[in-house]
Ligand binder design. Sequence first.
Ligand SMILES: CC(C)(COP(=O)(O)OP(=O)(O)OC[C@H]1O[C@@H](n2cnc3c(N)ncnc32)[C@H](O)[C@@H]1OP(=O)(O)O)[C@@H](O)C(=O)NCCC(=O)NCCS
Length: 181
Amino acid sequence: MPPTPALRTPRTLLRLWRDEDEAPMRAINGDPQVTRFLNRPVDPATVAGFHAAVQEHWRLHGFGAWAVESREPGLEGTFLGFVGVAYPAFLPEIASRAELGWRIAHAHWGRGLATEAALAARADAFGRCDRDELISIIHPENRGSQRVAEKLGMTIERQIHNPVIDRTVDVWQQPRPTGSG
Ligand SMILES: CC(C)(COP(=O)(O)OP(=O)(O)OC[C@H]1O[C@@H](n2cnc3c(N)ncnc32)[C@H](O)[C@@H]1OP(=O)(O)O)[C@@H](O)C(=O)NCCC(=O)NCCS
């Protein structure tokens, strides 16, 4: 599946990764405000390997987490974080189900950017990538992430034990809308 070079929303550009994204994404991945409710490993080795891992996912599957940058006047080109679809290898029980995820620099929270970018990533996942469904694995105290999932129309399917953080988390799900793709 050839990757779409980029997706555009009114305020964001979702694009493939560049070398210069590694430093700002590493800073985001190392911010305790960002990692507070993450389900994934956040140890130094995983953070260091993030840039290579995300590109390897694209190479293997033809989709993955998009690098997200701003298109807003005055902020144009600013690296915001990632939004996109990837297999949650850290949870073997559901590792074959593609997860729509989002992680944005703290300075840009609360303006609807994650939801805006996720809508574009979701459309690409159900269209070009022909996914039948998407899931999101969300810590039950992560209100911001829950709201993004709610705004996307996702609902809680089940709970699952997450060995990475040794607690039960929610699996949100959304089937491909009828007529999509
Ligand atoms: C989750 C995250 C991507 C949201 O990014 P964002 O750009 O702020 O998202 P949006 O603005 O599109 O939506 C966030 C919503 O959550 C709400 N929200 C945020 N924090 C909240 C809180 N503590 N309590 C209640 N609502 C909250 C916002 O008000 C907004 O809802 P609204 O549009 O109804 O007002 C961002 O907070 C983040 O990167 N968090 C750290 C990484 C993370 O946890 N990722 C998800 C892992 S499952």
